[in-house]
Design a binder for this molecule. Structure first.
Ligand SMILES: Nc1nc2c(ncn2[C@@H]2O[C@H](COP(=O)(O)OP(=O)(O)OP(=O)(O)O)[C@@H](O)[C@H]2O)c(=O)[nH]1
Length: 262
């Protein structure tokens, strides 16, 4: 219950370097007292009042500035999109719940600034993460070329078992596409990532992008539990279907690849 209460607690941190004027023109920042909470919170299994198993997974969203990280999260968590969203400063997070195998799975999804100068402490952002969405903008090649750097940073600050999804966002901008679907797929395959193209603007594949990662983490945890004596008799893992977007569902999703265009 302590953990549940902690989840709802959010704290504000304003980087000392920012002037009031600058702050007024930027996205509101929510930073949490992450230290102990996320270290213990990520991939934690606990029981609710009825003894039902629950899980908490920390997932981070990374990528260059303005690729659409904040809008992907707001589309997934609140079905909201902002055409004029400002650069993030610091960190914000949302918690989303899913029911898998009758268990409550909570994903605490963290979004930080793509711009180095607006980011909070990098190691704290990654600490305890068990999943990551690495986002680029399909209409800006430079953001695709930065993916390697983001993957390196992820590698330095987190466990190698982190579930990773490469996300080519803004696939509604087909007319100014600068990165092909094939290039996205190839990079994902080479790096052992899932891949999906999304549009936070029109909702294409947004739900799939987050829930594929959540499901992968859950399946990994379940496998570990099945292999341990403690859980051998307790857990029966059945196949779980991804919750599909209302429209724009792509049949290729089962392979881990899902794109706006073929
Ligand atoms: N056309 C289109 N525009 C998008 C999409 N997603 C985000 N945008 C726009 O891209 C701009 C940047 O979006 P953000 O969500 O703020 O990007 P971010 O990656 O969080 O940026 P930082 O906070 O600077 O790291 C905004 O003007 C959004 O409206 C999308 O899927 N399609």
């Amino acid at each position: 219950m302590l953990l549940r209460r902690a989840l709802n607690a959010q704290y504000v941190l304003l980087p000392a370097c920012c002037t009031v004027h600058r702050l007024l023109s930027l996205k509101p920042l929510i930073l949490l007292s992450l230290e102990t909470r996320t270290e213990r919170g990520a991939m934690t299994m606990y029981s609710d009042d009825e003894g039902r198993e629950e899980y908490l997974f920390k997932i981070v969203v990374i990528g260059d500035s303005a690729v659409g990280k904040s809008n992907l999260l707001s589309r997934y968590a609140r079905n909201e999109f902002s055409a004029n969203s400002k650069a993030t400063i610091g960190v914000e997070f949302q918690t989303q719940s899913m029911d898998i195998d009758g268990k409550e799975v909570k994903a605490q999804i963290w979004d930080t600034a793509g711009q180095e100068r607006f980011r909070a402490v990098t190691s704290a952002y990654y600490r305890g993460a068990v999943g990551a969405l690495v986002v680029y903008d399909i209409s800006r090649r430079m953001t695709f070329e930065s993916v390697g750097r983001w993957l390196d940073e992820l590698k330095i600050h987190s466990d190698t078992t982190v579930a990773r999804m490469l996300v080519g966002n803004k696939c509604d901008l087909e007319n100014i596409r600068a990165v092909s679907v094939e290039e996205g797929k190839d990079l994902a395959e080479a790096q052992g990532l899932f891949f999906v193209e999304t549009s936070a603007l029109d909702s294409t594949n947004v739900r799939i992008a987050f829930e594929k990662v959540i499901l992968d983490i859950y399946n990994n945890v379940s496998r570990k539990q099945l292999n341990s004596d403690t859980y051998k008799d307790k857990l029966t893992v059945s196949r779980v279907s991804l919750v599909k977007d209302d429209d724009n569902t792509d049949s290729k999703q089962s392979s881990g690849f899902s794109c706006c265009s073929s």
